[in-house]
Design a protein around this ligand. Sequence first.
Ligand code: PMV
Length: 313
Amino acid sequence: MPAFTATAPGKIILFGEHAVVYGQPAIAVPVEQVRARVVVDPQPRGQPGTLRIIAKDIQLDAWLDELPTDQPLVVAVQLVLSELKIERCPACTIRVSSSIPVASGLGSGAAVSVALLRAFSAFLGRPLSDERVSALAYEVEIIHHGTPSGIDNTVVTYAAPVYYVKGQPIQRFLVPLPFSIVIGDTGISSSTSQSVGDVRLALQAEPDRYQAYFSSIGEIVEQARRCIETQSIQRMGQLMRENHALLQKIGVSCEALDRLVFAAEGAGAWGAKLSGGGRGGNMIALVDEVQAASVAQALRVAGAVSTIMTRVR
Ligand code: PMV
């Protein structure tokens, strides 16, 4: 039996985070520069049903039955076994590695789940469809996020730009003119479920105000999609500024994110905003390709611990 390998890219939300949890659209794109990788190695001499999980990045090396049942890797393994109605799988080792920074809005949890679901189901001889991979990765996301919108598992599974509305079939869209994004990492790890939970409490306290913020974000997302489709890239920069201002009002920005957004715009980006759960993690800047390197440099001077330049196409 050969080894089975699958990889999945990171992702970044361009527009619409938080509002997407309440039914507004969002746009997210894959980030191919960072990836999760899962290799399933058969252990022909091992006892059937024995499964070892090794994830060096998180200092994990254990037998499946030694791990807590709600550990996300364990959940992903069990989801595949129950989906395929397999009670005892052939002995194997599952190796997980990833270059996607964790807890920073780059979809690391979803990418690991997608790669694992694909590699493990292929190892068992019944590779899952994209639709099932995305649905099962969503189940794992519930552990990471509490009430995920489903955008992470969707964009990571399909590895393509998506326009996403919770509960609706995904819409892929064309990017006729590729554009450049610089991603800056504050280095502050932040919990998405915490920020989503705080926004929920704020919404309960002031429903009208928060619903108005979410609708405004939804309108920005619609306009941004039209900008991408009509190649009005600079106008999209202005929309990023507006989206960031609304996220500040919602209470999910922080001093470090605002500082990086300010630095990117000062260095010539067309617009910038936080991306993902906020309160740390990443921000993005929309740039002319020739300015990408100088905007990345300005971000590092302003305190970014790392930057990634990516082309959206
Ligand atoms: O980019 P992340 O993984 O931090 O995603 C957060 C996006 C939210 O809209 C805040 C939550 C969600 O589930 O969509």
